[in-house]
Design a protein around this ligand. Structure first.
Ligand code: HEM
Ligand SMILES: *[C@@H]1O[C@H](CO)[C@@H](O)[C@H](O)[C@H]1NC(C)=O
Ligand SMILES: *[C@@H]1O[C@H](CO)[C@@H](O)[C@H](O)[C@H]1NC(C)=O
Length: 500
């Protein structure tokens, strides 16, 4: 027995030795902890922001942390961000997603050599989420939002008011945002099951999605899926939803998803299940962050009725509508052009993203090189190491945003125009708001995402009075997705609504 203990101890010790690296000249300070493989992973997961700030105080703006088998060099000062963006050749974004996404979503790695040109074709397809393509997307989203909202929450087909009457209805705010945005986004991107207008099993799909999403941080943290209970079965159910023979029957599929299907069809090495897994991954990308982002945008507006009133007034002005606009009137359509004129709403959405986003921007070093930080400083980086930005610490920096914990809906407006000067150490920042990542890897869906959140807010503010129920306290952030995007609220909060 004791020999087994001894053996384990020796192995452990060897691992420990193997795991430790020695800091070389010109390399940033190194923090590696004593636990093999995991390194500082636990401290980081517990409260990433606090962990990073503590180390910044101790070691300065740039330091390397050993986390889950990776050496990650954090760049903490946003004044240094532009120089990171300039190192595009040595610092690659896709290496990380190419490793992470196949493991999380269950498809074969895109860059493995078996799928020539696929990565580039997929990148090119992202243009179908941008520019002029946003116009049909916005139109379709508007119709789908109206449809789902009216049928599920405003009392039936034509939006008759009888069912809801003039009284208040109540609900969970997160659940409300999630059910409307999930389905309307799904219909807009993937299409509808012609001849029916809506898919019959959306609630089940969303339930499975939520289960999977809860496990997502663990999958990304490389916990094997067989350790995660029913996660694998849930993922298989989600993937089956997108099998080619099912998707072929859907009508009004967006150009973007149609193009994605066409790209996938070119590769015989992909099984039908692999193709479906790619589509499922896009579902995650398109609603995984948008739903919580919508929750925070609406939550802050409802919690601050002055903000809500100001945004609503702007909306009435831009649409040139009389004050109240019940859903009993004809369906409101809001053009992409009108959406673009809603500056206050834009600022309010940006402000809620500032407060709720905690994404980490990751780049993998392609070679040993010297990373120039500014005129005075450069640090040595080793091939295979990771350079990481953690913009939440910038979003919450009191020097850049006064009273950073407070929601100020018009924080990004000054003298009726967008405010773009934010400072650190007396210098104007090039990057001060990064919920969608940065540089070449920036989220390709960001324009569509902001549009759909604004459309959702428009309809609610036009149709409904909205209030939070009293005595629940304020919404708190659940940190379990720290590093991966928009954080969820720690628990759902109740709100009430009635037709205006
Ligand atoms: C508020 C909502 C959203 C947020 C906060 C968000 C945020 C992000 C972030 C932080 C990244 C990684 C970028 C980087 O590391 O530099 C990303 C990537 C991505 N997002 Fe979004 N996103 C949102 C909505 C959407 C939507 C609606 C779509 C699609 C319709 C989408 C599609 C994608 C795709 C495809 C990628 C991967 C890009 C690549 O591999 O190059 N996102 N998103
Ligand atoms: C489907 O798309 C066509 C043309 O793109 C459009 O005319 C029609 O209204 C759409 N149908 C629905 C129900 O959205
Ligand atoms: C809000 O953020 C987007 C980028 O995500 C930017 O294009 C837009 O100008 C911002 N608007 C305001 C008022 O801050």
């Amino acid at each position: 027995m004791s020999s087994v203990v001894l053996l384990v101890a020796v192995l452990f010790f060897l691992l420990l030795l193997r795991a430790r690296r020695r800091r070389r000249e010109c390399e940033p300070p190194l923090i590696q902890g004593w636990i093999p493989y995991i390194g500082m992973g636990l401290d980081f997961r517990l409260d990433s922001q606090a962990f990073l700030k503590k180390n910044q105080e101790k070691y300065g703006d740039v330091f390397t942390v050993y986390i889950a088998g990776k050496y990650m060099t954090f760049i903490m000062n946003p004044l240094l961000y532009p120089s990171i963006m300039k190192h595009g050749r040595q610092l690659d974004f896709h290496e990380f997603t190419d490793q992470m996404a196949p493991v999380a979503f269950g498809y074969p790695a895109v860059g493995s050599g078996r799928f020539p040109d696929m990565g580039d074709q997929i990148q090119r397809s992202f243009r179908l989420l941008q520019g002029d393509n946003l116009v049909p997307l916005a139109e379709s989203m508007m119709a789908n939002l109206n449809l789902v909202l009216r049928q599920d929450f405003l009392g039936g087909e034509g939006g008759a008011t009888e069912a809801v009457g003039k009284g208040w209805s109540t609900g969970g705010l997160y659940d409300f945002c999630s059910s409307v945005m999930f389905e309307a986004t799904f219909l807009t991107l993937y299409g509808m099951p012609a001849p029916a207008r809506r898919h019959g099993d959306m609630a089940a799909l969303r339930r499975h999605f939520t289960k999977f999403d809860g496990m997502f941080p663990l999958l990304v943290g490389r916990v094997p899926i067989w350790l995660l209970g029913r996660t694998k079965a849930v993922r298989e159910t989600l993937i089956r939803y997108f099998l080619p023979q099912r998707m072929q029957r859907w009508a009004n599929t967006s150009l973007f998803i149609a193009r994605r299907s066409a790209v996938l069809e070119q590769y015989d090495a992909l099984s039908d299940t692999d193709k479906a897994a790619h589509h499922f991954a896009m579902l995650w990308a398109s609603v995984g962050n948008t739903v919580p982002a919508t929750f925070w945008a609406l939550y802050y507006l409802i919690s601050q009725q002055e903000a809500l009133q100001a945004v609503r007034q702007e909306l009435h002005r831009v649409l040139q509508l009389p004050e109240a606009q019940g859903p009993q009137q004809s369906e409101v359509m809001i053009s992409k052009e009108q959406l673009d004129q809603l500056f206050l709403m834009d600022s309010a959405v940006n402000e809620s993203l500032r407060l709720s986003s905690a994404s980490m921007n990751i780049r993998a070093a392609q070679e040993d090189f010297s990373l120039r930080l500014d005129e005075r400083r450069a640090v040595a980086v080793r091939k295979g190491d990771v350079i990481a930005l953690y913009p939440q610490t910038m979003h919450m920096d009191p020097e850049i945003f006064t009273d950073p914990q407070t929601y100020v809906y018009d924080r990004f407006i000054e003298d009726g125009r967008e405010k773009t000067d934010f400072f650190k150490d007396g210098q104007k920042l090039k990057y001060y708001r990064m919920p969608f990542g940065s540089g070449s890897s920036m989220c390709p869906g960001r324009f569509f995402a902001v549009n759909e959140i604004k459309q959702f807010l428009c309809l609610l503010l036009l149709y409904l009075d909205l209030e939070m129920e009293e005595g629940q306290g304020t919404a708190q952030l659940d940190n379990s997705r720290a590093g991966l995007g928009i954080l969820l609220p720690a628990k759902d909060l109740r709100f009430r609504y009635r037709i205006r």
